[in-house]
Design a protein around this ligand. Structure first.
Ligand SMILES: *Cc1c(COP(=O)(O)O)cnc(C)c1O
Length: 358
């Protein structure tokens, strides 16, 4: 690293494996996971299951594949309908693939401001009699990364259970949700039949996602992973990084504290709109009055600050382990600059004085 502040806020997937993680990868004992004898993958899957509070877990290359495999494993027949919140990764980015590869029509339903699924449309859909797969997300990326408390999913879990449906939790950032609520990760999966858990976001592994569920469900998922070409061979090298990542769950509290600082600093900028979620994690969104998100993204990029555009003028900052207070200061300074270009440079008090205005 150059020592310069790290100003890439596009995603926590941008975290690179650090020296300790690379050492663990270099030292990993491996087998061939297609034959089920890679000891490091075995360890990751059993430690992952323990963390998630599920009977078993399987390692997949990505959370996108983990969600797809979960839906395929949960759907008893082709065409099993899927319900997901409108503001979720599955509804926004995965629905087309779900339709194409799982032949699953996706119904996107309302969520409340915190990102929790509205139970009423779910209830209505479930009473049609078809078996459904219901997906929820925690943390909720498109609701400013809000961390839902475990109690928020109780009603949904009861409803799903009552109708014999399957509840899948897209917990790509579930570790952030657990840390934000000071609870073990296993508390966050209560009532879910399966859970996706990303190793390659804030936890810093280069690749990998765990899919947890009952032993029977995970067996089915393993078969589907093979069919999809997601079975890997000497993947103990990756699992070693995943095991390091699991150790780092408590460190996410540092990312959250820094995100809170970033939100405070951005909020100070004139005109900035920084929505506050009920329980912030590592995501901060901001917009400036009248400025389209693509223009704001560009102006921040002009100052070396990289973010992703969302919609309605908002751009997204994701804080992770490679950021520090200097990164936050750089981000705030870039936002001031972006706003000034819109308003014209603010005149300094000395200029005003010389013009007799003060
Ligand atoms: C990032 C993310 C995914 C996809 O993860 P990949 O590993 O990049 O495929 C899925 N769901 C949610 C909620 C995510 O944040």
């Amino acid at each position: 690293m150059s020592g310069a502040a790290h100003l890439d806020f596009r995603s926590d997937t941008r975290t690179a494996p650090d020296a300790a993680m690379r050492r663990a990868m270099a030292a990993a004992r491996v087998g061939d996971d297609a034959y089920g004898d890679d000891p490091t993958v075995g360890r990751l899957e059993s430690e992952g299951a323990r963390l998630l509070g599920t009977e078993a877990a399987v390692l997949l290359p990505s959370s996108t594949m983990s969600n797809l495999v979960a839906v395929l494993a949960a759907a008893p027949a082709e065409g099993t309908p899927l319900i997901a919140g409108r503001a979720t990764h599955i509804a926004h980015f995965e629905a087309a693939a779900m339709r194409r590869f799982a032949r699953t029509p996706v119904t996107a339903v309302r969520q409340d401001a915190d990102g929790m699924l509205d139970a009423e449309p779910v209830r209505q859909a479930l009473t049609t009699g078809d078996r459904h797969v219901v997906c929820m997300e925690n943390t909720v990326m498109l609701c400013e990364g809000n961390a839902l408390p475990p109690s928020s999913q109780t009603e949904l879990a009861v409803l799903v259970e009552h109708h014999g449906a399957h509840l899948h939790l897209d917990g790509a950032r579930l570790a952030n949700a657990a840390v934000a609520h000071g609870r073990p990760v296993s508390d966050m999966t209560a009532g879910a039949h399966s859970v996706t858990f990303c190793l390659a976001k804030g936890l810093g592994a280069p690749v990998g996602s765990l899919l947890g569920g009952s032993a029977e469900f995970v067996d089915r998922a393993r078969g589907l992973r093979l069919d999809l070409g997601g079975t890997m061979h000497q993947s103990g090298v990756l699992a070693a990084a995943g095991l390091e990542a699991l150790q780092r769950v408590p460190h996410l509290a540092d990312d959250h504290a820094l995100a809170e600082l970033l939100a405070t600093e951005l909020d100070r900028v004139e005109g900035a709109d920084v929505p506050a979620p009920s329980r912030r994690t590592n995501i901060v969104t901001v917009r400036l009055p009248g400025m389209p998100e693509q223009l704001l993204r560009q102006r921040l990029a002009d100052r070396g600050v990289l973010v992703l555009p969302l919609f309605d003028g908002y751009v997204r900052f994701v804080v992770h382990r490679e950021h520090d207070e200097a990164s936050v200061a750089g981000a705030a300074a870039a936002l001031v600059h972006a706003g000034e270009r819109e308003r014209g440079p603010r005149r300094s008090p000395s200029v005003l004085r010389s013009e007799g205005a003060m």
